[in-house]
Design a protein around this ligand. Structure first.
Ligand code: AP5
Ligand code: MG
Ligand code: ZN
Length: 217
Protein backbone atom coordinates (compact mmCIF):
# COMPACT_ATOMS: atom_id res chain seq x y z
CA UNK A 1 0.00 0.00 0.00
CA UNK A 2 1.35 3.42 -0.99
CA UNK A 3 -0.25 6.32 0.86
CA UNK A 4 0.54 10.02 0.64
CA UNK A 5 -0.05 12.43 3.52
CA UNK A 6 -0.94 15.89 2.23
CA UNK A 7 -1.50 19.05 4.20
CA UNK A 8 -0.24 22.52 5.00
CA UNK A 9 2.77 23.06 7.28
CA UNK A 10 1.64 22.05 10.77
CA UNK A 11 -1.39 20.05 9.57
CA UNK A 12 -0.07 16.93 11.27
CA UNK A 13 1.41 14.95 8.36
CA UNK A 14 4.38 13.78 10.42
CA UNK A 15 2.31 13.08 13.54
CA UNK A 16 -0.25 11.02 11.64
CA UNK A 17 2.27 9.22 9.42
CA UNK A 18 4.09 8.09 12.59
CA UNK A 19 0.87 6.63 14.04
CA UNK A 20 -0.10 4.98 10.76
CA UNK A 21 3.39 3.54 10.39
CA UNK A 22 3.09 1.88 13.79
CA UNK A 23 -0.34 0.48 12.87
CA UNK A 24 0.63 -0.84 9.43
CA UNK A 25 4.36 -1.53 9.72
CA UNK A 26 4.93 0.52 6.55
CA UNK A 27 7.97 2.83 6.58
CA UNK A 28 7.32 6.55 7.13
CA UNK A 29 9.26 8.55 4.55
CA UNK A 30 9.32 12.32 5.12
CA UNK A 31 11.06 14.50 2.54
CA UNK A 32 11.65 17.30 5.06
CA UNK A 33 13.24 14.85 7.53
CA UNK A 34 15.48 13.48 4.75
CA UNK A 35 16.64 17.01 3.85
CA UNK A 36 17.30 17.86 7.51
CA UNK A 37 19.22 14.60 7.94
CA UNK A 38 21.25 15.35 4.79
CA UNK A 39 22.06 18.78 6.18
CA UNK A 40 23.15 17.31 9.53
CA UNK A 41 25.51 15.05 7.55
CA UNK A 42 26.58 18.08 5.49
CA UNK A 43 26.00 16.33 2.16
CA UNK A 44 25.71 18.28 -1.09
CA UNK A 45 21.91 17.82 -1.18
CA UNK A 46 21.61 18.92 2.44
CA UNK A 47 23.63 22.10 1.96
CA UNK A 48 21.72 23.00 -1.20
CA UNK A 49 18.31 22.27 0.40
CA UNK A 50 19.11 24.48 3.38
CA UNK A 51 19.05 27.64 1.27
CA UNK A 52 15.46 26.96 0.23
CA UNK A 53 14.25 25.57 3.55
CA UNK A 54 15.55 28.58 5.48
CA UNK A 55 13.48 30.84 3.24
CA UNK A 56 10.42 28.59 3.46
CA UNK A 57 10.58 27.88 -0.28
CA UNK A 58 10.42 24.53 -2.04
CA UNK A 59 13.66 22.79 -2.90
CA UNK A 60 13.84 22.42 -6.74
CA UNK A 61 11.75 19.54 -8.07
CA UNK A 62 14.65 17.62 -9.60
CA UNK A 63 16.50 17.49 -6.27
CA UNK A 64 13.45 16.38 -4.27
CA UNK A 65 12.47 13.81 -6.90
CA UNK A 66 15.90 12.13 -7.09
CA UNK A 67 16.14 11.95 -3.29
CA UNK A 68 12.68 10.42 -2.75
CA UNK A 69 12.76 7.99 -5.67
CA UNK A 70 16.09 6.73 -4.40
CA UNK A 71 14.61 6.20 -0.92
CA UNK A 72 11.43 4.55 -2.22
CA UNK A 73 13.49 2.03 -4.19
CA UNK A 74 14.93 0.60 -0.94
CA UNK A 75 13.88 -2.98 -0.14
CA UNK A 76 11.94 -1.85 2.97
CA UNK A 77 9.44 -0.15 0.63
CA UNK A 78 8.71 -3.33 -1.32
CA UNK A 79 5.22 -3.64 0.22
CA UNK A 80 4.62 0.11 0.14
CA UNK A 81 5.28 3.18 2.25
CA UNK A 82 3.76 6.30 3.79
CA UNK A 83 4.98 9.45 2.06
CA UNK A 84 4.93 12.67 4.08
CA UNK A 85 5.78 16.00 2.40
CA UNK A 86 6.22 14.48 -1.06
CA UNK A 87 4.87 15.08 -3.68
CA UNK A 88 4.34 18.82 -3.34
CA UNK A 89 4.04 19.81 -7.01
CA UNK A 90 2.39 18.28 -10.06
CA UNK A 91 5.83 17.48 -11.52
CA UNK A 92 6.72 15.53 -8.37
CA UNK A 93 3.39 13.66 -8.43
CA UNK A 94 3.87 12.65 -12.05
CA UNK A 95 7.48 11.58 -11.51
CA UNK A 96 6.42 9.42 -8.57
CA UNK A 97 3.65 7.75 -10.60
CA UNK A 98 6.04 7.05 -13.46
CA UNK A 99 8.62 5.48 -11.16
CA UNK A 100 6.09 3.32 -9.29
CA UNK A 101 4.37 2.16 -12.48
CA UNK A 102 7.68 0.83 -13.80
CA UNK A 103 7.42 -1.73 -10.99
CA UNK A 104 3.71 -2.38 -11.50
CA UNK A 105 2.89 -0.26 -8.44
CA UNK A 106 0.96 2.94 -7.84
CA UNK A 107 -0.44 5.32 -5.25
CA UNK A 108 -3.48 3.86 -3.49
CA UNK A 109 -4.70 6.90 -1.59
CA UNK A 110 -3.73 10.49 -0.79
CA UNK A 111 -4.91 11.72 2.60
CA UNK A 112 -5.43 15.48 2.80
CA UNK A 113 -5.41 16.71 6.40
CA UNK A 114 -7.40 19.95 6.47
CA UNK A 115 -6.70 22.48 9.23
CA UNK A 116 -7.63 26.19 9.44
CA UNK A 117 -4.72 28.67 9.21
CA UNK A 118 -4.95 30.09 12.74
CA UNK A 119 -4.56 26.60 14.22
CA UNK A 120 -1.59 25.84 11.93
CA UNK A 121 0.32 28.83 13.25
CA UNK A 122 -0.29 27.81 16.89
CA UNK A 123 0.84 24.26 16.19
CA UNK A 124 4.09 25.33 14.55
CA UNK A 125 5.01 27.86 17.20
CA UNK A 126 4.69 25.21 19.97
CA UNK A 127 6.27 22.35 18.07
CA UNK A 128 9.42 20.62 19.25
CA UNK A 129 11.16 17.71 17.48
CA UNK A 130 13.45 14.92 18.59
CA UNK A 131 16.94 15.55 17.26
CA UNK A 132 17.56 11.80 16.99
CA UNK A 133 14.33 10.21 15.64
CA UNK A 134 12.52 13.40 14.44
CA UNK A 135 9.31 12.55 16.32
CA UNK A 136 7.15 15.71 16.70
CA UNK A 137 5.86 17.00 20.05
CA UNK A 138 3.89 20.10 21.05
CA UNK A 139 4.46 22.08 24.23
CA UNK A 140 0.69 22.23 24.89
CA UNK A 141 -1.14 19.56 22.87
CA UNK A 142 1.44 16.74 22.79
CA UNK A 143 4.10 17.35 25.46
CA UNK A 144 6.84 14.77 26.15
CA UNK A 145 6.65 12.87 29.45
CA UNK A 146 9.96 14.40 30.60
CA UNK A 147 10.54 18.04 29.57
CA UNK A 148 12.94 18.42 26.64
CA UNK A 149 13.36 14.64 26.09
CA UNK A 150 11.91 12.28 23.47
CA UNK A 151 9.56 9.62 24.97
CA UNK A 152 10.66 7.07 22.43
CA UNK A 153 14.45 7.39 22.32
CA UNK A 154 15.44 9.90 25.00
CA UNK A 155 16.84 12.27 22.35
CA UNK A 156 17.02 16.01 22.93
CA UNK A 157 14.06 18.09 21.68
CA UNK A 158 14.69 21.17 19.52
CA UNK A 159 12.76 23.83 17.61
CA UNK A 160 13.02 23.85 13.81
CA UNK A 161 14.66 27.00 12.46
CA UNK A 162 11.92 27.35 9.82
CA UNK A 163 9.24 27.50 12.53
CA UNK A 164 9.95 31.22 13.08
CA UNK A 165 6.92 33.48 12.49
CA UNK A 166 8.30 34.98 9.26
CA UNK A 167 9.23 31.66 7.65
CA UNK A 168 5.95 30.04 8.69
CA UNK A 169 4.07 32.77 6.78
CA UNK A 170 6.18 32.07 3.70
CA UNK A 171 5.68 28.28 3.98
CA UNK A 172 1.90 28.68 4.25
CA UNK A 173 1.90 30.93 1.17
CA UNK A 174 3.98 28.40 -0.76
CA UNK A 175 1.60 25.60 0.23
CA UNK A 176 -1.49 27.45 -1.02
CA UNK A 177 0.18 28.63 -4.23
CA UNK A 178 2.14 25.52 -5.24
CA UNK A 179 0.79 22.44 -3.45
CA UNK A 180 -2.97 23.04 -3.10
CA UNK A 181 -3.46 23.05 -6.90
CA UNK A 182 -1.95 19.56 -6.98
CA UNK A 183 -4.80 18.09 -4.90
CA UNK A 184 -6.94 17.98 -8.06
CA UNK A 185 -4.50 15.48 -9.56
CA UNK A 186 -5.51 12.88 -6.94
CA UNK A 187 -9.13 14.03 -6.79
CA UNK A 188 -9.57 13.36 -10.51
CA UNK A 189 -8.24 9.82 -9.98
CA UNK A 190 -10.68 9.35 -7.09
CA UNK A 191 -7.78 8.82 -4.68
CA UNK A 192 -8.18 11.85 -2.42
CA UNK A 193 -9.43 11.34 1.13
CA UNK A 194 -10.20 14.56 3.06
CA UNK A 195 -9.87 14.43 6.83
CA UNK A 196 -10.74 17.10 9.41
CA UNK A 197 -7.32 17.68 11.00
CA UNK A 198 -8.49 20.25 13.54
CA UNK A 199 -9.63 17.56 15.98
CA UNK A 200 -7.36 15.99 18.56
CA UNK A 201 -4.51 13.73 17.41
CA UNK A 202 -6.12 10.35 18.23
CA UNK A 203 -9.48 11.38 16.70
CA UNK A 204 -7.76 12.37 13.44
CA UNK A 205 -5.81 9.09 13.47
CA UNK A 206 -9.04 7.09 13.88
CA UNK A 207 -10.64 8.95 10.95
CA UNK A 208 -7.65 8.25 8.72
CA UNK A 209 -7.52 4.56 9.67
CA UNK A 210 -11.23 4.01 9.02
CA UNK A 211 -11.17 5.93 5.73
CA UNK A 212 -8.22 3.85 4.51
CA UNK A 213 -9.84 0.60 5.64
CA UNK A 214 -13.00 1.49 3.73
CA UNK A 215 -10.99 2.49 0.67
CA UNK A 216 -8.91 -0.67 0.35
CA UNK A 217 -11.75 -3.14 0.92
P1 AP5 B 1 8.49 19.56 5.87
O1 AP5 B 1 9.40 19.08 6.90
O2 AP5 B 1 7.70 18.60 5.07
O3 AP5 B 1 7.54 20.67 6.53
P2 AP5 B 1 6.03 21.12 6.26
O4 AP5 B 1 5.35 20.58 5.06
O5 AP5 B 1 6.07 22.57 6.39
O6 AP5 B 1 5.23 20.39 7.36
P3 AP5 B 1 5.59 20.30 8.86
O7 AP5 B 1 6.58 19.21 9.08
O8 AP5 B 1 5.94 21.65 9.37
O9 AP5 B 1 4.18 19.92 9.49
P4 AP5 B 1 3.47 18.52 9.67
O10 AP5 B 1 2.25 18.51 8.83
O11 AP5 B 1 4.41 17.37 9.54
O12 AP5 B 1 3.00 18.67 11.17
P5 AP5 B 1 3.46 17.91 12.51
O13 AP5 B 1 2.93 16.49 12.51
O14 AP5 B 1 4.87 18.12 12.80
O15 AP5 B 1 9.31 20.46 4.80
C1 AP5 B 1 10.22 21.42 5.24
C2 AP5 B 1 10.89 22.09 4.06
O16 AP5 B 1 11.61 21.11 3.30
C3 AP5 B 1 9.96 22.75 3.04
O17 AP5 B 1 9.61 24.06 3.43
C4 AP5 B 1 10.81 22.70 1.76
O18 AP5 B 1 11.78 23.72 1.78
C5 AP5 B 1 11.54 21.37 1.91
N1 AP5 B 1 10.80 20.26 1.27
C6 AP5 B 1 10.27 19.17 1.90
N2 AP5 B 1 9.68 18.35 1.01
C7 AP5 B 1 9.83 18.92 -0.20
C8 AP5 B 1 9.43 18.56 -1.53
N3 AP5 B 1 8.72 17.44 -1.75
N4 AP5 B 1 9.74 19.38 -2.55
C9 AP5 B 1 10.44 20.51 -2.35
N5 AP5 B 1 10.85 20.92 -1.12
C10 AP5 B 1 10.56 20.14 -0.05
O19 AP5 B 1 2.55 18.70 13.57
C11 AP5 B 1 2.82 20.08 13.85
C12 AP5 B 1 2.65 20.34 15.36
O20 AP5 B 1 1.27 20.21 15.73
C13 AP5 B 1 3.42 19.38 16.26
O21 AP5 B 1 3.86 20.09 17.38
C14 AP5 B 1 2.36 18.35 16.68
O22 AP5 B 1 2.64 17.79 17.94
C15 AP5 B 1 1.09 19.18 16.71
N6 AP5 B 1 -0.12 18.46 16.28
C16 AP5 B 1 -0.23 17.61 15.22
N7 AP5 B 1 -1.51 17.17 15.10
C17 AP5 B 1 -2.23 17.79 16.09
C18 AP5 B 1 -3.61 17.75 16.47
N8 AP5 B 1 -4.50 16.99 15.80
N9 AP5 B 1 -3.99 18.51 17.52
C19 AP5 B 1 -3.10 19.28 18.20
N10 AP5 B 1 -1.77 19.35 17.90
C20 AP5 B 1 -1.34 18.61 16.85
MG1 MG C 1 6.47 17.19 9.15
ZN1 ZN D 1 13.40 10.40 19.55
Amino acid sequence: MHVIMLGAPGAGKGTQAEILSQQTGLPHIASGDLFRQALAERTEIGLLAREYMDRGELVPDEVAIVMILDRVSNPDCEAGCLLDGFPRTLQQAEALDRALSEHGKGIDKAVYIEVPDDILVKRLSGRRLCRVCQRPYHLLSAPPKAPGKCDRCGGELFQRSDDSEETVKERLGVFFAQTMPMLGYYERQDKLIRVDGSREIQAVAADIASALRAAIQ
